[in-house]
Design a protein around this ligand. Sequence first.
Ligand SMILES: [Zn+2]
Length: 491
Amino acid sequence: MSGTGAAPAGADLVIRGALLLDGSGEAPVTGDLAVSGDRITGLGDLARTVGTREIEAAGRALAPGFIDVHTHDDRLLLADPDMKAKTSQGVTSVVVGNCGISLAPLRSKALPPPPFDLLADAPEYCFAGIGEYFAALDAAPPATNAVALVGHSVLRHDTMDSLDRPANDREIAQMRDLMAEAMDEGAIGMSSGLFYPPARAAATAEVMGVAEALTAGDGIYTAHIRDESEHVLDAIEEAAAIARHADVQVIISHHKCAGAANHGRSVETLALIDKLRSEQRLGLDLYPYVAGSSVLLAELTRDAARVLITWSRAMPEAAGRDLADIAAEMGVDQIEASARLQPAGAAYFMMDEGDVRRIMSHEATMIGSDGLPTDVHPHPRLWGTFPRVLGHYAREEGVLSLADAVRRMTGLPAAEFGLKDRGLLRPGAFADLVLFDPETVADRATFDEPLRTAAGIDAVFVNGEAVWTDGAATGARPGRAIRRSETNRGR
Ligand SMILES: [Zn+2]
């Protein structure tokens, strides 16, 4: 394992004297790491290993590349394959297809209704099957790795003539067949977005029926639950029941307690999550902000203390402005102003800082950005999530140790999603790496200036190749579309 043998060993790259945060959550140790090809080949004291390239990394931290478990990067991977919003933060793998929406399978020319427009606004970005989507990624690889979920709302759109009613048995069977096909073609599981209008009419039994397609391949089920405010406990129970029915693992997406009336209720939700976790495989993720973001929906504006417009097709100049100011200028209330801005997106200030910290501190919480890369004036989580956890919440506020913060971005998500040979610094693992300055790493993206890159991220490697160095993308695109068959799932 270490290079203490007689003859000097060679490696493509040796990073020396770094604080090694191995992704397990264990306290860091100072040491060296060697890479050859796409793998980590040595770890420890590598004094006798000679690298073709060497990096002196005293004072720097070296961690496994971050895994963004909750993204809407489905189209970004193809449209802007440098993936700078992610690589600039140290992210080396993304999970796409969350919240019930994915670019595949989509067989009709008609696009699904919002929130699908968070992903794409034209049919040329859609794919008839997840196999075609993966083939497009293989043909034009991005800078990061990707695994893909299939959205339940998209299956509804494929199968049903109207989305404002529950599916009948024939339609559920069709959705289940489409989902099973997607699993065969490499999808890692299914997401649902029962909160959103295209899936709101879906009964629990409908999602259970479709989720049966996940059982054979041990797919994962991620849930943007039906209600994140008053009925949040019922909604968590519903997602858990769907997963129990299909005997699969469930992830509660971007867990929150929205609306002032629900602030503090993470005490209740985490108690429920603990109880469920003693009975079934259940996890959760979080982005580190008190504001959410989505399409502009009147019911979300009611729960929010402040609404910031992130894009509007009817009124593009509204992006980056407060809905309250726009409504005042129009001389109407915010509901009417929202209607006039459609189609549009917004950030909603609707969570409590205490809840964010309590959820972040839960042992099972992973970090996921939920960034919206097509927004004109996006929520800063798109460019700031991971450095914000490391800098603001770990270093400055002490909510987590640095090693535990890294674990929630690396070892934990790799284990939860079954990403083989990723998420840990181990000889033989893929060389997905981030080298950063633990004293300066910080998010710089704000709600006013959301496109600012993070501070303190020195170098990022994906499958052994540098994708981000010295504050810029290298242009290398070594990312891989990871099929389910290449993961630890698949019984
Ligand atoms: Zn969501």
